[in-house]
Design a protein around this ligand. Sequence first.
Ligand code: 5RP
Length: 252
Amino acid sequence: KAAMDAGLLLPSSPSVILTQDDLKKIAAYKAVEYVESGMVLGLGTGSTAKHAVDRIGELLHQGKLKDIVGIPTSKKTHEQALSLGIPLSDLNSHPVVDLAIDGADEVDPFLNLVKGRGGSLLREKMVESACKKFIVIVDESKLVKYLGGSGLAMPVEVIQFSWRFTAERLRRLFEDAGCVAKLRTFGEKEEPFVTDNGNFIVDLYFDRSIGDLKAASEAILHLAGVVEHGMFLDMATAVIVAGELGLTMKIK
Ligand code: 5RP
């Protein structure tokens, strides 16, 4: 159990029931084994990445990691890393990131990702496209046959000005895939969710595959009013998947 808690082992006994959070922690701890002293690290956002950031802080305090610099991908991760005493920087000062570790909402068989259900896709994409290696950490529920295939949201960050107009243009782009476009809201009053960058998020839902992902990406980015989308194509170096039967590492 101690080794499991440290993310080093999966239980050999089927009677030990792992929660989804246990699986996230196991994947996160495994990824942190690839962190070396002196690295510039991209620090991801979300409930899985949080475990990785906690572990990095722990190793730093134990003196097992030295001279780490972290580049957080959200205000939330910035606060977490600060509270753990992880030295922080940004892409202006450290334009090359050695390794980023982050979660994902969907992973397809080619290691393309959907990210951003936590709302941090823009900073995540900036940091993770600047890194030499990008390790994605997920539990097995995130594996999909095709992006959009979970039936959950594919997020697009848009500027607030005339967001309805942008949402409608996004919906029309993917009409053939049965697209529904919804403004992301929170709370009982359904107030618009505002990103760390002061933008809104339009979540896209599909009935069917959107087909050529590269073409879809280009079409979305071509729309005025769109800041970034949550498809991370060809970016992951490796994906660590924790499931009931063990850990798998998928490498590009
Ligand atoms: C936040 C993200 C997260 O990495 C993604 O939503 C996965 O989150 P979690 O680890 O909580 O399942 O992209 O913008």
